[in-house]
Design a binder for this molecule. Structure first.
Ligand code: DC
Length: 205
């Protein structure tokens, strides 16, 4: 069975947790596409040209070290503006999306550019304040000494860059189902996503 779930939305809206939960629920493979941009961003911070880094990127790199730092998030958002970086990463994402057994991809442009014919598209949002608070708690638990204000400023800066870029800007696909998690706990948000996806799943699998 080929079945693609496209989950887009801004940083810390709950996409990652929802995507992992949905993949576990339905037995689908999951790709966090932000990791591709983060891996390229990390290489740029190390002095590599981002287009070369994207062209040479290997799946192993996504597993190495901690890509989920605030510094790498900003670098990822910067390299993600470059059209050649984006185009170098398209084939890998599309192949993943059409693998047998079903796939969940989360990112910013999955429903609009990477998989415009995905069987189901979700756009997960939440207020910037709530997203910043969630990200702050995550970073804090890892021992980072960032302040709430820094995290909120960071989230706003990244939202603006991701939404305003000219190539594949972050935006909901016209046929995306909107899921606002501002006032939802993770169990409720996941249950809603599972229900929406379940309706689209072919009955004979
Ligand atoms: O989802 P994330 O926070 O790990 O993403 C890091 C950055 O990568 C994000 O700010 C923009 C970029 N990105 C993108 O442009 N397109 C995607 N599909 C996924 C991430």
């Amino acid at each position: 069975m080929r079945f693609t779930v496209a989950i887009d939305g801004p940083a810390a809206a709950g996409k990652g947790t929802i995507s992992k939960g949905v993949a576990a629920h339905f037995g689908f493979a999951h790709l966090d596409t932000g990791l591709l941009y983060r891996a390229v961003g990390r290489r740029m911070l190390g002095g590599t040209d981002p287009v070369t880094a994207a062209q040479e990127l290997s799946a192993d790199e996504l597993e190495q070290g901690d890509l989920r730092t605030a510094e790498i998030a900003q670098a990822a958002s910067k390299v993600a503006v470059i059209p050649e970086v984006r185009s170098a990463l398209v084939d890998f994402q599309r192949a993943f999306a059409r693998r047998a057994g079903g796939a969940v991809l989360d990112g910013r442009d999955i429903g609009t550019v990477i998989c415009p014919t995905a069987e189901i598209k979700l756009f997960v949002t939440a207020s910037a304040e709530v997203r910043a608070q969630r990200r702050y708690l995550e970073l804090n638990a890892k021992g980072s000494d960032v302040t709430r204000e820094q995290v909120l400023a960071d989230v706003r800066e990244r939202d603006a860059r991701d939404a305003d870029r000219s190539t594949a800007p972050m935006k909901p696909a016209e046929d995306a189902v909107m899921l606002d998690t501002t006032d939802l706990n993770i169990q409720t948000a996941l249950a809603k996503a599972v229900a929406v996806i379940g309706e689209k799943l072919p009955t004979a699998r």
